[in-house]
Design a protein around this ligand. Structure first.
Ligand SMILES: Cc1ncc(COP(=O)(O)O)c(C=O)c1O
Length: 365
């Protein structure tokens, strides 16, 4: 064999920078209280219905899961009013994002994304030998005209995280319509709606995106059970697209990629509308707490439609992040996206929000 042991794309591959787990911070700093508001997790525990379903399913984990996720697909199809053959279930939204890159991208092709946005779009593109074309925001909005302007004959996929991570802002109904009108029909539009349920009650958030693939078949709408339903740890996400795309994605996905606990938990969580309503309300309260706090401190932030707030600390975010971590508070520093003074803070319980404000006061003092 000559040359490198690894695929040449790995030369340019920059792995995802994960935050430190709570246990590691505890070991390092010897702290009694540590709060992690760094991964946009649901701090209120899993959906109780999901928990109960998993408890019952535990006895069956000697058996492989149903690779087709028949029951969950049926439940989702009813819930979303879409055809079962337009759905693909994945090992979290992240699993589906990798699957999308692996199914569609050839070396030399391009993807378009915004900057800052979710890293996996670019990482998985680079892994496939494709080129990420990053488009800066315009103020606190996506630059829809620039996104359209970047599309050329090499463009395969355009990603729009709505709400966006790490900023929490959205593309409005009108902006999504304009984007769809402006890009060629053969560009696959991925609307990543990981935080959909937090945003859906806002009047400017696009309604009914689940039905978009019926009108524009090269559209993929991606959602997850990790956030509002509180089951990030078992990994379940889904996408809605045209039967043609779904068929191919289902043909190439991992056969047993979605485990038994994830399947029953997701199906049960879908029915847990009381839990969902409670989390939406708790989240609204926490976002209001954070933004009022930032207003008091005179700090600039993006309006959040999700379960986190993107704030300009006016200082080096690496230093602020490290000082907060030393005090037992883990957040996500903006320098990781090249936004040197910004932080992303996930929402949490009222007690966690008060802890955040206390620690932030100490660091800013
Ligand atoms: C925008 C966005 N998309 C997708 C995901 C993937 O979530 P999961 O793999 O937990 O479903 C996340 C998680 O943080 C996200 O922020």
């Amino acid at each position: 064999m000559s040359g490198s042991l690894f695929r040449k794309e790995l030369e340019f591959f920059r792995p995802y920078v994960q935050g430190k787990p709570i246990e590691a911070v505890r070991r390092e700093y010897g702290l009694s209280r540590i709060e992690k508001l760094a991964s946009n997790e649901n701090q209120f525990g899993p959906s109780p219905l999901a928990l109960e379903a998993m408890r019952e399913e535990l006895e069956n984990i000697n058996f492989y899961p149903d690779g087709s996720c028949f029951e969950l697909v049926g439940a989702l199809a009813g819930h979303l009013n879409v055809s079962p053959d337009s759905l693909v279930i994945g090992n979290g939204g992240e699993g589906l994002l990798w699957l999308i890159s692996m199914a569609f991208l050839n070396a030399g092709e391009e993807i378009i994304t915004s900057e800052p946005s979710f890293d996996i779009y670019s990482m998985s593109a680079v892994f496939m030998g494709a080129k990420p074309v990053k488009t800066p925001l315009r103020g606190q909005r996506f630059d829809i005209d620039a996104l359209i302007g970047r599309a050329n004959e090499r463009t395969k996929i355009l990603y729009l995280a709505n709400p966006n991570n790490p900023t929490g802002h959205i593309a409005s109904r009108e902006e999504v319509d304009n984007l769809i009108k402006g890009i060629p029909e053969d560009v696959i539009l991925v609307l990543d709606e990981a935080y959909h349920e937090f945003a859906s009650a806002f009047p400017d958030y696009p309604e009914n995106s689940a039905s978009l693939p019926e009108k524009r078949p090269n559209t993929i709408v991606l959602r997850t059970f990790s956030k509002i339903y509180g089951i990030a740890g078992v990994r379940a996400g889904y996408l809605i697209t045209s039967p043609l795309l779904a068929g191919k994605l289902n043909a190439v996905r991992q056969v047993f990629g979605v485990n038994r606990l994830a399947q029953v938990a997701a199906k049960a969580a879908l029915k847990d509308s009381a839990y969902l309503r409670r989390i939406v309300l708790e989240n609204r309260g926490a976002v209001a707490f954070l933004t009022e706090y930032f207003d008091r401190r005179g700090l600039e932030y993006f309006p959040s439609y999700a379960n986190f707030v993107w704030v300009n600390t006016g200082r080096d975010s690496k230093t602020v992040f490290e000082e907060l971590q030393r005090k037992g508070l883990i957040v996500r520093p903006g320098y990781l996206w090249g936004w040197k003074e910004w932080l992303r803070v996930s929402t949490g319980t009222p007690e966690q929000m008060a802890f955040f404000a206390d620690k932030m006061d100490e660091v800013l003092a």
